[in-house]
Design a binder for this molecule. Sequence first.
Ligand SMILES: CC(C)(COP(=O)(O)OP(=O)(O)OC[C@H]1O[C@@H](n2cnc3c(N)ncnc32)[C@H](O)[C@@H]1OP(=O)(O)O)[C@@H](O)C(=O)NCCC(=O)NCCS
Length: 206
Amino acid sequence: MIYDGLAILGFGGHARSVADVALELGIRSLRFIDENARPGEHFAGFVVVKDLEYPLPSGWAAFPALGDSVRRQHLVQFALRNNIPLATLIAKSAYIGREATVAKGVFIGNNVSVGPATRLGIGCIINTSAVVDHESVIGEYTHVSVNATVAGRCQIGNNVMIGAGAVIIDGIHIADGVIVGAGAVVVHDIDEAGVYVGVPAKCLNR
Ligand SMILES: CC(C)(COP(=O)(O)OP(=O)(O)OC[C@H]1O[C@@H](n2cnc3c(N)ncnc32)[C@H](O)[C@@H]1OP(=O)(O)O)[C@@H](O)C(=O)NCCC(=O)NCCS
């Protein structure tokens, strides 16, 4: 679905990626909303304002564009509570397999491949060039970072962060709230929240 306009909630790096994909999709009007906006800030000619004015104009939707999963979750819940329509953004260059389901508030970046019969939960990010293969389930507000690979039949929990270039081999289960470091290779299920790094991935002891 193409929206007439998009209220992008946030103005960090991820918000710029969201704007880029939105413009490529042909959405002509954008507005960034960030309470820390400084006067005159803009990106690609679109302004940043401090407050979201709603109801939105007809044909507009909002999009949660914060990298932090908990803050993104709050934005989605705020939108749902206030009947603000939530967009789903799928880059033109992404491939979505047959029978895959994509929830509201999901961002799918350029050159992503989503395999058949996968399920992507509300508010998750499948970032540039990531792969989520067949029948995998990506939980709510989870972030699969740039160039990461989730092989087939994985079950990834809610609010998980899979770092850039990490690999999750097929059939792995990962619990809610886990952080997988950039470049890690996960070869065993992860049942407890924590930070896991390295090849093979191990819990980072603090
Ligand atoms: C894993 C990660 C979350 C740890 O961050 P942190 O808690 O701030 O940890 P620190 O930077 O203090 O590092 C702690 C130790 O882990 C090591 N480490 C950190 N990240 C690592 C990684 N990805 N792989 C291997 N070792 C890593 C550090 O070298 C350090 O080791 P040392 O104590 O022997 O010096 C972070 O480094 C990371 O990989 N984040 C992913 C970021 C990303 O991919 N962003 C993409 C956005 S699209």
